[in-house]
Design a protein around this ligand. Structure first.
Ligand code: GLY
Length: 440
């Protein structure tokens, strides 16, 4: 049977989702707010360029094309109810309904849920709608232990951490005041030290199936310097763990996610279905939750989907029908993703600059590439203000995967930069040393 699938979204995460669906036999359609050249090619032009939150247009496009199911890539349509709208019109979706998508859409909802259901990965936090009691909370926790998060989606911006962005109690209070003045609800959280890892899972309402662990690199420059970005690249290991994260740690995080999925149903009456991204940190006090996302990660989707051996359409159907199988297989290979971004990103990116891609050479090397925020005009590709392309090396071990990614980056030219250190032994050792120093 031929399956017609619709992908919603326009970035590198959606490009790799679309590639995996087509690889496994789907006929692809794409609905995106800006044209992703990879999705345009994979779908052979069966696309619509329109706002990803205009549900009636998505429904009309889906009905016209007899779509069997939709896969929602980004969080923005999920948190405003795209799945509820499509399902009401008879279009099954891979993605959570609005109530369950609050796990990403509201940090306050998530912390309250973890607290109410006594989920051990929780950390100390308190939400505020006014400045009342903020100062005493800061005093209790110690200003050097404070993270300030506006509630709701912030696109990776808005979270400010003591020591990185805030350097005194007054800085914290001023930032809280700014958010309160903007009518935002805010969450003050305990700052935790450790090594972060991404655990992306497939969830069918009850079953939670893990994919290989990934570590992302948020800082713009080498050695984790510079401003935060959407993620400059990521790696995964051939054993699907991290050198500083054991199978027991993963099992603990999976148990945690299962409890959260059950708690979401108990609290909202809605089953969580779709991809659930657990942003965890291993600390001296155990595994703690930084954030959930109601979607796959970007770049992390590019680390896991190219390794998938199980048919992705079957996985999507399992998620939709609530009968996801637990034996989902991935190749025992390492991956390294290096993101190329326009020079000046994220502060003052050089837009509308030509990106030259040597596709022949990339193919020879076996490096994979995914389009992010670039546009194609007259056969040429140009930068916008965000990350341009993800280049992926897949190999038997991390060293070889890093080499492929690095050589792949060499096939792209333009006014771009990237982090050479991602996936290198030196950076990995730094992470191991950091973790060991905390566990002593
Ligand atoms: N890589 C972080 C994210 O997708 O949110």
């Amino acid at each position: 049977m031929t399956v017609k699938t619709l992908i919603i979204g326009h970035g590198a995460r959606e490009h790799v989702l679309g590639e995996t669906l087509v690889r496994d036999g789907a006929i692809l359609y794409a609905f995106m707010s800006s044209k992703n050249a990879g999705l345009e090619d994979l779908s052979q032009g069966k696309i619509k360029i329109h706002s990803e939150t205009d549900f009636s247009e998505i429904i009309e496009f889906s009905k016209k094309n007899n779509i069997d199911f939709a896969v929602i890539g980004p969080e923005a349509p999920l948190v405003v109810g795209v799945v509820d709208a499509l399902e009401k019109s008879g279009i099954p979706c891979v993605g959570p309904r609005i109530e369950a998508a609050q796990l990403e859409g509201s940090k306050i909802f998530t912390r309250n849920l973890l607290e109410k259901y006594k989920i051990t990965s929780n950390i100390v936090s308190k939400s505020f709608r006014s400045m009342e009691n903020i100062e005493s909370f800061i005093k209790d926790l110690g200003e050097e232990n404070i993270v300030v998060k506006p509630d709701g989606l912030t696109g990776g911006k808005g979270v400010k951490v003591y020591g990185d962005h805030l350097f005194s109690k007054q800085d914290i209070l001023d930032y809280c005041q700014t958010l309160i003045d903007q009518k935002a609800s805010i969450l003050l959280e305990e700052k935790v030290d450790g090594e972060e890892f991404t655990l992306q899972t497939f969830v069918d309402g009850k079953n939670v199936v893990a994919t290989p662990l990934v570590q992302d690199h948020k800082r713009a420059y080498e050695d984790d310097a510079g401003p935060n970005t959407g993620g400059m690249g990521s790696y995964s290991m051939e054993n699907h763990l991290m050198p500083f994260i054991s199978q027991e740690d993963v099992d603990e995080a999976i148990e945690d996610m299962k409890k959260v999925v059950a708690a979401t149903k108990a609290e909202t009456g809605v089953e969580y279905k779709g991809f659930l991204y657990g942003g965890y940190i291993k600390t001296a006090k155990g595994i703690k939750l930084i954030e959930f996302n109601a979607r796959l990660g970007d770049p992390e989707a590019m680390n896991i989907l190219p390794l998938l051996k199980t048919n992705f359409i079957d996985i999507c159907m399992g998620i939709i029908n609530g009968n996801l199988k637990s034996d989902i297989q991935f190749e025992n290979k390492a991956t390294v993703c290096k993101y190329l971004a326009p020079k000046g990103y994220p502060m003052s990116p050089q837009k509308n600059e030509l990106v030259i891609i040597n596709k022949e050479k990339l193919k020879q090397l076996g490096a994979k590439y995914y389009y992010a925020s670039v546009y194609r005009e007259g056969g040429n590709v140009y930068t916008t203000s965000s990350r341009a392309m993800g280049i992926i090396g897949v190999a038997n071990d991390l060293e070889s995967a890093e080499k492929v990614a690095e050589q792949g980056v060499g096939c792209i030219s333009g006014k771009l930069f990237y982090r050479k250190d991602i996936g290198t032994a030196k950076l990995l050792q730094k992470r191991i040393d950091h973790m060991n120093s905390l566990l002593q």
